[in-house]
Design a protein around this ligand. Structure first.
Ligand code: NAD
Length: 301
């Protein structure tokens, strides 16, 4: 079997066309959606990620506010900036690019972001919402993966899903979102013994470990759907995922490429969450509370 490709780049492009219409509707009603991006220090990968996010804002008509601080900036100064952004009506989403320099407490920074502007979905309130199934802003990468899975037409309910990687930003929220959709979820991590024994039973295998070549064909069930979240730069400069793409595509039914799979979706879901926040703010202005506000159902077709 040769797998069909799940083309995250093309799906993102389609979603972004729909976003432009939503932005126009918001502007007609006096709301111009805005995203603030805070970056501290000079990490070159972070600069590329922030650049991509700002470019995506431009493409969709979202206003971006780029707050770049030198590496030695104090935690208090970053917190003060976040407090200002929390009360700025032009800003609907606040994102702090991770990692932060080691003298800054990441948890304290993420908790300072207003729950209503937490478009990365990392605030404890949104994380807790994942457990009970009503988070306001789903974290961008797992949310993107969920939409990619929908494009295969497969209902995840009852499927054996194996998530390799248990980080707070990808693996754990991914597992919770799929559990909410009634999948049978196994989470593996660096301490898991005999990884292959778990991955081989997966109808849907989602890999987010940051280890190139971790998943080889012998670890994959014939016909499985394979989603590769990993982004690794090899010494020769090539970007690869965690999955041996060439080998595994001969066994899987569907597979995401790297690059061009999950990566573009992550940025797209950030814009989606920013629009969601702006629409929610408009609802609040009209109705005086958040009651009856319903999150949009995205269509990937
Ligand atoms: P992380 O380092 O925070 O977590 C990695 C997880 O993988 C941990 O739970 C660890 O226990 C597990 N792990 C490591 N080695 C393993 C092994 N040999 N077997 C099983 N599990 C193992 O990383 P993260 O932030 O979750 O990111 C993971 C990967 O996904 C990285 O390559 C990162 O660049 C990529 N990523 C991509 C996107 C995207 O948009 N495509 C977004 C976020 C992260």
């Amino acid at each position: 079997m040769t797998a069909q490709l799940i083309d995250g780049k093309a799906i993102s492009k389609r979603l972004r066309v729909g976003f432009r219409t939503r932005v126009e509707k918001l502007i007609e009603q006096g709301v111009s959606p805005g995203l603030a991006v805070i970056i501290v220090g000079d990490n070159s990968a972070s600069r590329v990620y922030v650049g991509n996010k700002i470019k995506a804002c431009e493409e969709c008509g979202v206003v971006s506010f780029h707050h770049a601080f030198p590496a030695e900036t104090s935690e208090a100064d970053i917190l003060a900036d976040i407090r200002n952004l929390n009360s700025d009506h032009k800003v609907h989403g606040i994102l702090v690019q991770l990692p932060l320099p080691s003298h800054i407490d990441v948890r304290r920074i993420l908790e300072a972001i207003s729950v209503d502007k937490d478009v990365d979905g990392f605030h404890l309130y949104n994380v807790g919402g994942l457990v009970v199934g009503n988070t306001i802003f789903p974290p961008c990468t797992p949310y993107g993966v969920q939409l990619l899975l929908e494009t295969t037409g497969i209902d995840v309910a009852g499927q054996n899903v194996v998530v390799v990687g248990a980080s707070n930003i990808v693996g754990k929220p991914m597992a919770l979102m799929l559990l909410q959709k009634e999948a049978t979820v196994t989470v593996c991590h660096a301490k898991t013994r005999n990884l292959a024994q778990h991955t081989i039973i997966a109808d849907i295998l989602i890999v987010a470990a940051g280890k190139p070549g971790l998943i080889v064909p012998q670890m994959v069930k014939e016909g499985a759907i394979v989603i590769d979240v990993g982004i690794n730069r090899l010494p020769d400069g090539r970007i690869v995922g965690d999955v041996d793409f060439e080998g595994v595509k001969e066994k899987a039914s569907w597979i995401t490429p790297v690059p061009g799979g999950v990566g573009p979706m992550t940025v797209t879901m950030l814009i989606e969450n920013t629009l969601r926040s702006a629409e929610r703010a408009l609802h609040l202005r009209k109705e005086n509370d958040y009651q009856d506000w319903e999150a949009p159902q995205l269509k990937t077709e």
